[in-house]
Design a protein around this ligand. Sequence first.
Ligand SMILES: Nc1ncnc2c1ncn2[C@@H]1O[C@H](COP(=O)(O)OP(=O)(O)OP(=O)(O)O)[C@@H](O)[C@H]1O
Ligand SMILES: [Mg+2]
Length: 387
Amino acid sequence: MARLLLFGGKGGVGKTTTSTSTAVGLADSGLKVLLVSSDPAHSTSDSLGVQLGPEPTPVEGVEGLWGLELDPEARISDHIPKLTESLGPMLGGQDPELNASEMVLPGLDEAMAFDELLKHLENPDWDVIVFDTAPTGHTLRFLALPEIIEKWAEKIIRMHRLTGGIRALMFGAKEGEKMREELEKFRRRVLHVRRILCNPEVTRFTLVTIPEKMGVNETLRAYESLAEFNLPVSGCVINRMTPNLDNDFIQTRRINERKNVDQLRSELPDLHLHEVELKDSDIHGLDLLRSINSELHGEITISDGLGPFSIGLGLEVHRGTWSDGDDVMLHLPGIVREDLSLRSEAGVVYVGINSREHPVPFDRPAKASQVKAKLENDILKLTFPEE
Ligand SMILES: Nc1ncnc2c1ncn2[C@@H]1O[C@H](COP(=O)(O)OP(=O)(O)OP(=O)(O)O)[C@@H](O)[C@H]1O
Ligand SMILES: [Mg+2]
């Protein structure tokens, strides 16, 4: 499974610029990278100069980089028609104006976005997934969904017991059971998203800000709210630092900015701070993105060995998948045996991770029953039969 790098921060501070630059830099160093954006304004497409859609699209000019724009409309309709269907009669009747699921399940939208993200994260093809504009603060409330759903499920069961007659009118016993099953499935998926997001082996959150008092305060608040949810924040990019020019106005600005950066450093001493200077033009196109990447991370070098390697922002990355003779290795941090399944069809072996299947890259046809699987230290080793 890939590493997940999330970039968050307030509007216009440089999230798209820093996340896109990082994605370009990681791909340039030889990794397979998927850049995911949830921005309906298509600024990631603009930044890269490539039109992105809801499926991974190769980015011209950067080998190893694919981009994707989450479609906010498709999210709910694709994923939970059954859930809305089964909750609908209970919550809002047939009133089409009432979006019943949104009313009672706060943060459902974000949960869907992250579930979609997880689908790509579980795809062993990717080494790193970079997410432009992750939610912070109140939008993270979806992480509390499992508990809310649990309470809901209890209520539904109680209603079933108490309201025999009405129940029969509203929905039969079968429907009630179906509803509970859907809720349970959904609850498990959100729990899984939460496990992945809170696992520092998988996920790193980078806050992006500017060296102004307001930016620093907002960063401190965001850090607090992420810590409340146990999300691992590893670094902070301070973007748009005023460059050192011989001018009184500029020098006064620099003194003030330094004070603000020092305040952030003293309040969050464990955070890696990365400063990026304000440039004389917008950051568009690959050349400028690459120069921002070197300013951010320096040169990214990746050793060819099987162990993890370090990149900037205090990150260690494993390749998502690699092979050695008849063995294929998949890096699956945070995954337990129960989450995994193996199946084959027409000579292709599929590994199922939380019931989502991915073909295992191997050059000969094989059957799942002939493949030996071993999960150790977050690595699933699949040994294929000899030729
Ligand atoms: N260091 C910089 N020097 C010059 N221009 C910059 C710098 N960083 C970002 N910009 C420019 O500032 C604008 C806003 O940056 P960006 O789109 O990355 O912010 P954002 O946080 O993603 O914004 P939004 O919240 O709208 O998604 C862009 O036009 C970008 O090219
Ligand atoms: Mg943006």
